[in-house]
Each structure stands twice: as C-alpha cells, then as structure tokens.
Design a protein around this ligand. Sequence first.
Ligand SMILES: Cc1cc2nc3c(=O)[nH]c(=O)nc-3n(C[C@H](O)[C@H](O)[C@H](O)COP(=O)(O)OP(=O)(O)OC[C@H]3O[C@@H](n4cnc5c(N)ncnc54)[C@H](O)[C@@H]3O)c2cc1C
Ligand SMILES: NC(=O)c1ccc[n+]([C@@H]2O[C@H](COP(=O)([O-])OP(=O)(O)OC[C@H]3O[C@@H](n4cnc5c(N)ncnc54)[C@H](OP(=O)(O)O)[C@@H]3O)[C@@H](O)[C@H]2O)c1
Length: 378
Amino acid sequence: MSQSADSSAPTKDNPYQSKLLVNRLLTAGSDKETRHFELSLEGSSLSYEPGDSLGVIPQNSPQVVDDLLKAVGLTGEERVQIGEASLTLRDSLTFRLACTTLSKIQIKKFNEFAKSDKLTDLLLPANRDAFADYLWGRELIDLFSEFPQQGMSADDFVGLLRPMPPRLYSIASSIKAHEEQVHLTVAIVRYDTHGRKREGVCSSYLADRVGTNIPSYFHPNKNFKLPQDGNVPIIMVGPGTGIAPFRSFIEERRAVGSTGKNWLFFGDRSSKTDYLYGEEWEKYRSDGLLTELDLAWSRDQAEKEYVQHKMLTKGPELFAWLQDGAYFYVCGDASRMAKDVDLALRQIAATEGGMSEEDAAKWVKSLQKEKRYLKDVY
Ligand SMILES: Cc1cc2nc3c(=O)[nH]c(=O)nc-3n(C[C@H](O)[C@H](O)[C@H](O)COP(=O)(O)OP(=O)(O)OC[C@H]3O[C@@H](n4cnc5c(N)ncnc54)[C@H](O)[C@@H]3O)c2cc1C
Ligand SMILES: NC(=O)c1ccc[n+]([C@@H]2O[C@H](COP(=O)([O-])OP(=O)(O)OC[C@H]3O[C@@H](n4cnc5c(N)ncnc54)[C@H](OP(=O)(O)O)[C@@H]3O)[C@@H](O)[C@H]2O)c1
C-alpha cells in the first residue's frame, strides 16, 4: 500500500514540499509544449503505485496578479481574511485564490456590482447558448476590463473568487525504477483569446515559475492498476500526455520481472517532434519488453491518423489478446479520444467476434465489469 493511504500522508491542505530535479522539454521543434518533470521524495519515505496521480498546488503568476489588481483598481497591499488567515490581497491572489477561471456564479455575483444590462440579459435561462459563447476563453480580468469597477473593496473582490484548486497529474514513473522520485508528463497550456496571452495556471507554474519546491500530494487511483498477476497481457492506449501512466506501468513491469505481454498504442502530432519518451519505447521494443508498439502521427500526412485507427487495423490481434484475458487501458483526453477508442473497441468486437452492435456493446461493458477495461481520462 502506498504511503498516501497513511493518515500522516501529505494532503492538499498539508502538502509535501517536493524538490524539482528536472524540467525537460520533450517536444523540441513542435508547436506544442510537453515537458517531463522529475520531483524528489528524498528522505520522505513517501511512495506511490503505478496508476496513481500527483496533486500539485500551483501559484498564480505575478503578471496575472498584477494585471488583475490593476484592472480592479486595488494595490495588493490591502489585508483580507482567507479562512482563518489574514493576508495581503497580493498573497491571497498568488497563493490561495483562483484568479483566472470564470463561472456563471461568479458572473452573477459580479453583476450585483456592475448592474450591466448586457450581463443581466446573458444570464437569462433562455440565453444559455449565447452565455456559453460569451464565457468561452474569458477570464475574470476580461469582466473587469469590459465593465470597470473602480471603487470595489478588497473584501468584495475576494468574495468573487474561489479557492485555488490543485491539479492532478498521472504519475509517469515507477518508484522501483527511480528511487525516491516521482515523474510527470505535462502539456503546457498557452493560448491567446480576446486579445490577451493566457497560460494554464499549473502547467505554466511547473514550466516557468516553480522555485525550489513544489507543494504536492499523492492521489491514489485504485481503479487504474496493473493486473495483480504479472503474466497477464496488457494493452495500453495513451496518446499525448496519456502516455504518462504507461511509462510507469512498463517500468514497474520491468522492475518486478512480469512476463505478461505489453502492447502500446501512442499517438501525437509528428514523429519528428512529439514522440514522447521515443528512445525509451524503441529500446523496450528492441529488447522485447514491449511486444507490440503502434504509433499514430496525426499531422505527418494530410489525413489524420489517430490511435483508434491503428487499433482498427490490428483488430484481429487485438481481439485475440482480449479473448486471452488482456487488460485494456486508456489514458488522456476524455472529451473525444476516449469516446472514439471506446467506439473502435466495439467495432473490433463486432467485426472480429461476429457480434451484433448490441452484443459488441455488451461485450465491452463486460470487460468493464470484470475490471479489465480501465480508464484514466481527463
Ligand atoms: C486524473 C487526472 C490526470 C491528469 N493527468 C495529466 C497529465 O498526466 N498530464 C497533463 O498535462 N495533464 C493532466 N491532467 C490535466 C491537469 O490536471 C490540468 O487540468 C492541466 O495541466 C491544465 O491545468 P492548468 O492549471 O495548466 O490550466 P488551467 O489554468 O486550469 O486552464 C485550463 C483551461 O484553459 C482553457 N483553455 C485551454 N486551452 C484553451 C484554448 N486553446 N482556448 C481557450 N481556452 C483554453 C480551458 O478552459 C481549460 O479548461 C490530468 C487531470 C486529471 C483529472
Ligand atoms: N494550448 C496549447 O497549445 C495546447 C496544445 C496541446 C494540447 N493542449 C491541451 O493539453 C491537454 C493535453 O494534451 P495532450 O498532449 O495530452 O493531447 P492532445 O494534444 O490533445 O492530443 C494528442 C494526440 O491525440 C490526437 N487526437 C485528437 N483528437 C483525437 C481523437 N478524437 N482520438 C484520438 N486522438 C486524437 C491529436 O491529434 P491532433 O491534435 O492533430 O488532432 C494528437 O495527435 C489537452 O487538454 C489539450 O487541450 C493545449
């Protein structure tokens, strides 16, 4: 059992200060930025298992805090109460409060001050779609820029904000392969909306702003574990950052000497720039630990090629592995990828197992019931 199940284990309210050892770009030359992080657990006796996640408590960037203070018309030196603590507004915004996200509730509260006809209208239930369009890509600062509120008190301003939520990251290492370390694979969120450069709070904190220590805690996931029996074959589908737990799985299987077959489906934009941990996978393939490796590069040719397309071309083998008792794992994007992979699995069952659409769906459900079809999607 991991240390995190222990009552003395770090939590989001009492995090472990983990030293950052490595921050390495994995996607040199790509228009996407995915990074590998190594954090130290030295001397802590903390541990984790493959499939678990790490919770990270980020800080807002000084630029975001400055811009927001300017837009609200406050200095940051005002004192405010956050729970039991009395802090400066600047510290509250940096360490304790979510400054960028925007929800319907926040806009409602904001409009108690702004009394804007436009916002009142957008908040009507009949205008749900228009409201969703308005919200898209907007942050709190955009409200203050559009509806200036000079004179709002620091307490009223803080009343609009939610506590800073931690972010979870699937662990990308086995502690058996990297003693007293935990590794992460993080896509750094950077984009432009409404004329302003934006950054994901936690991914940019990890990439650009962490000092020596990262406040973190373990988030165990008992529903995404390797089979107890090391002889059981596993199929792993992990495009993009979805690769993270599978690096952990394969390192663990090597460390404990599991003999079960391992099959990885990985995909990303380009083979030249986005093959995350490519050298490691190629080595695992050549030394036989990885029995099968299928790669889908979405932007190396005119037609998109995704992991589920590779699954479909290998339908007979994939179905045979599953009939042989293989576990099937999916990690990464929940909104599109995981649904398309699920559909591909049902198509394979129908074609290879000679099943009706309905029976194929039942068969896939039965894999889930047997806890052989496991997802870590976000
Ligand atoms: C169990 C679990 C495991 C996870 N594992 C990983 C992992 O291994 N690696 C990983 O990288 N992430 C992982 N995540 C996601 C991670 O927790 C964060 O959500 C992610 O890093 C973004 O956080 P952030 O603070 O950088 O961005 P935030 O500040 O939270 O901003 C993200 C928001 O920005 C907005 N946004 C993003 N891009 C655009 C755009 N182009 N246009 C307009 N708006 C946009 C969206 O509203 C989005 O929700 C995992 C999540 C879960 C729940
Ligand atoms: N702001 C940015 O610059 C930026 C960049 C990348 C990711 N992100 C965000 O970061 C998060 C994680 O990114 P990630 O690296 O894990 O993954 P990702 O970039 O979303 O995708 C990884 C791979 O999956 C492909 N893909 C897209 N749709 C798919 C589908 N329906 N089925 C199967 N594969 C599909 C992508 O292809 P295509 O992209 O070619 O379609 C890409 O090749 C995502 O939430 C994403 O929104 C932000």
